[in-house]
Design a protein around this ligand. Structure first.
Ligand code: ADP
Length: 388
């Protein structure tokens, strides 16, 4: 038996889960939130008991010593620690941490400035506190490392790809990878036969087309801004529109960045909220802007399904996951409406039950499924492969 600790270290929070292998059993989980502030707090749950305490976590290092110290009290040997890394740059698989890997990871900070420095901080803190435990970095981008050049290149001068690595990288890869493996289990077919479109619909949303166990297209790009409409991100738009607004409103690059990443999307269109629950509630009350945000959101997903159907040359499974994908029957219904010609027919009753499993009608050629994602478990599996 081996215990694997999975860490997701962000700018102000550190989330963790400990799994035992080979059973893949969740043993404990928790988080330190508001790291760096006076009211940082620590939650820890194990055996259905939950603790919540205000703690002195003035920096990440202190927060990690609280997390690892508390886990230590349970006398559980940790065989390896896995760190979620949003951007892996050139890395196409999970990497065992070594001085060379750390040196390279430092060069990826400006590709994901809001994430990678904090993930790196997690590695350093764990190394200081537990120098003997092997650590592995698992990258959201790695699932897309084998996308062909004609898929990941933008229509910009090629020199910028060479000079700055401007290309589609793709994100949410750990989730899409997990979903495809689960789909294979549920449908009981060899993965190489399956053509899957997975819809990760959360605050950040993305679609991925997978064939023969490999991602062949994905909607996020150089950053997670591209593709679907999201909570506060615009998704696809004509770049000229951004330049136009920048000139008219005299916006700096960082103001434009904030406009696209924080003030747009469902929130920007509805003027209400980035939270889909709120939008659905307001729609019931007859709010037109909420209806509009809902329509734009679903339309964009449908458009990508059509595109990916063409790229996959057919489809075996359409899968919904994450906060919205797992919990919002109305979104799934709207997305699947009128797709019979692609072989997709939803069973409305099964859809409305809102439970994981197959929600397509028997006459549907491709299966439609709801599968809860589990990124931490997928990270733990990849860590076990590397360090086990
Ligand atoms: P994150 O990208 O932050 O991990 P999640 O996967 O948790 O996001 O998804 C968050 C989104 O899921 C929010 O828009 C939230 O409103 C939506 N959501 C959660 N539960 C429901 C529900 N019951 N019905 C509709 N939307 C939901």
């Amino acid at each position: 038996m081996m215990n694997i600790l999975v860490i997701n270290s962000g700018s102000s929070s550190i989330k963790f889960k400990l799994f035992s292998f080979p059973e893949e059993k969740l043993i404990l989980k928790g988080m330190v939130d508001r790291v760096g502030s006076a009211d940082a707090y620590f939650t820890f749950s194990m055996d259905k008991k939950e603790e919540k305490n205000i703690v002195g976590a003035e920096d990440h290092h202190k927060a990690f010593s609280i997390v690892l110290g508390r886990i230590h009290q349970e006398n559980l040997a940790i065989a390896a620690i896995g760190h979620r890394f949003v951007h892996g740059g050139k890395y196409s698989t999970a990497m065992l941490i070594s001085p060379e890997v750390k040196d390279y990871l430092k060069t990826t900070f400006d590709l994901a400035p809001l994430h990678n420095p904090y993930h790196y901080e997690g590695i350093k803190s764990c190394e200081d506190l537990f120098p003997k435990i092997p650590q592995v970095a698992v990258f959201d981008t790695a699932y897309y490392a084998q996308l062909p050049e004609h898929v990941y290149l933008y229509g910009l001068p090629y020199k910028y790809y060479l000079k700055y690595g401007i290309r589609k990288y793709g994100f949410h890869g750990t989730s899409h990878n997990y979903i495809c493996l689960e789909t294979e289990k549920i449908l009981g077919r060899e993965m190489k036969d399956l053509r899957i479109i997975s819809c990760h619909l959360g605050n950040g949303s993305s679609l991925t087309a997978t064939r023969n166990c490999k991602a062949v297209e994905t909607s996020m790009g150089f950053t997670p801004l591209e593709g679907l409409l999201m909570g506060t991100r615009s998704g696809d738009l004509d770049p000229a529109a951004v330049l136009y607004i920048m000139v008219k409103e005299e916006l700096s690059p960082s103001q434009a960045d904030s406009l696209l990443n924080r003030q747009s999307g469902i929130y920007g269109i509805s003027g209400i909220s980035n939270d889909m629950r709120e939008i659905l509630r307001e729609m019931k009350e007859g709010n037109d802007r909420a209806k509009l945000a809902f329509k734009v959101y679903c339309h964009r997903i449908k458009k990508y399904i059509g595109a990916y159907y063409a790229i996959l040359e057919g489809l075996d499974a359409l899968v919904f996951t994450a906060g919205i994908g797992e919990n919002a029957p109305l979104i799934r219904e709207e997305v699947c409406r009128g797709l019979k010609h692609l072989g997709l027919v939803l069973d409305r009753k099964k859809n409305e039950k809102n439970q994981p499993g197959i929600i397509s009608d028997p006459e549907s050629k491709a299966k439609i499924l709801v599968i809860p994602t589990n990124e931490e478990l997928m990270i733990a599996r990849l860590v076990e492969e590397k360090a086990g």
